[in-house]
Design a protein around this ligand. Sequence first.
Ligand code: AMO
Length: 434
Amino acid sequence: MQGRTYTADAEPGDEVTVAGWVHETRDLGGIAFLILRDATGRIQVKFEKDEMDDDLVETGLDAHRESVLSVTGEVAEEPRAPTGVEVVPAAVEVLAPADPELPLDPSGKVDAELPTRLDNRTLDLRKEEVKAVFEIRAEILRATRETFRDLDCTEINTPKIVATGTEGGTELFPITYFGREAFMNQSPQLFKQLMAGSGLERVFEIGPIFRAEEHNTPRHLNEATSIDFEGAFCDHTEAMDAAEAVAKGAYEAVEENCAEQLEALGLDEEFEAPEGEFPRLSYEDALDRVNAEGDLDAHLVWGDDLSTEAEHVLGQSVGEHYFITDWPSEIKPFYIKDHDDDEELSTGFDMMHPRMELVSGGQREHRHDRLIAGFEQQGLDPEEFEYYTKMFKYGMPPHAGWGMGAERLVMTVLGLENIREAVLFPRDRQRLSP
Ligand code: AMO
């Protein structure tokens, strides 16, 4: 809008046009106040009924809450106004009226349940604390791109419609692609590995992944955003360094650049970026720790995956971010390389927040014959993946990488209860719209 001033930029003495939503109106008789809200904050508009044109007063005061108005007038200092200034209007225009009945109260005076909030995300995002989550999410992704830049990575985008899956056949969403069966991609895994073998060497992607998993939990989405890294000539320890740098970079950026948003979320006092190196615990040590400290139904033995309950015990025990390394090969994906001196042991790792898993990754199997054998052991037909495996015949360097759930990162940085709070329009078992 030509000539529009953000409410935060309105200075005493300025002649401005501000535009935004009617946050509230207070009619005191001879004088009335309207609070107008925009992306930058709120401003008071003062109506002195005896001194102003009736039409102007009526237009301003008859507008229902959440209607969109533009107000032109002079900004005056007013210590009693919420921001210390007010606009004395010379013209008021209704740009978009709002129904008097709202499905959700953006002023936050009336709480709404999460499903109602998600059904009405536009209104929900007019609340300062909800807007703050998405501003912080954007800052985390910005900082992540910066960290990857410092790590000499090139940003890539890979196909989301694919012919085959990689992360286990049961979790694929099938679609029809010109009469053929195709799938929504579960992970950029194979494509990012192909790029590690290209002239780009070190790549990252921030993009959607689709998982048709049955889970309906506060930590799972059926469409999530994955932050993926893949680096040629990297081993699993260097990949872990990169994951740690991305996580720390996210916290530091939020701490440095999001003071206002943290305050809106009531986190300004308690927000803490992790300090020191994330401990690296072997799978075996993790099992011992869970068995010693946890009160689980079953004693964990070598080869067991860590249940949510076991992760919880471990998280409480470690109390900070940590890695779990040296997993049994049999429970890590076929594309992860085993240790050269012990084939039972995988270079795969997970990076954990005390509340949940954030990352999994590892060094990759880059030897063509071993890779083909891995596909076969997994029950996958290597022929179907020939586009991928054949590139391992033409000089595929050793490489390593990982995937990190962006929503889980935001969720853990901000201590959100439910992952759906970190996505604008979540996709889960029940939710396909909006
Ligand atoms: P994985 O399947 O463990 O590994 O996924 C990596 C990370 O992505 C996030 N994530 C999810 N977040 C929300 N909802 C989901 N349904 C969901 N699924 C995964 C988690 C998880 O730690 N190809 C490998 C990565 C690699 O080795 O590079 C992979 O996808 O934070």
